[in-house]
Design a protein around this ligand. Sequence first.
Ligand code: CMP
Length: 140
Amino acid sequence: MAIERTLSIIKPDAVRQNLTGQINSRFEDVGLRIIAQRRLSLSRQQAEGFYAVHKERSFFRDLCDFMCSGPIVVQILEGNNAIARNRELMGTTNPANAGEGTIRKDFGESVEANSVHGSDSPETADSEIAYFFSVIDITG
Ligand code: CMP
């Protein structure tokens, strides 16, 4: 299995509920290492840039409003098969359909306020990590 890196975001709903530590434990419990982490508030422009791939979707405006509604925590997870492993831990986009014991099932409120984001491919992981972190921020 390949050692991979993936971008994770703990979204405003989860940060508001003070769930950062509990969510981080889910990652660490399966051996994913948090090798970089920062808490920040996205500007509207930064949210639109991050989610630009969705700009034609009907939910784009609401998604960007939500992502600017409070602080988020951005982080890089590293480990064996980290991209798929993180997506398993997160569960499906809509918490209502997510598997038992997943982060979105346990903490998500709606398809928008679904607690976490995770990169969906190696290419996306590279570009999403570069959106938030410089080489100098990352200590593997
Ligand atoms: P995320 O993994 O961050 O990627 C895009 C986000 O758009 C997704 O999680 C959801 O939170 C959000 N979103 C809002 N509405 C929808 C929708 N109808 N379908 C898919 N994603 C949606």
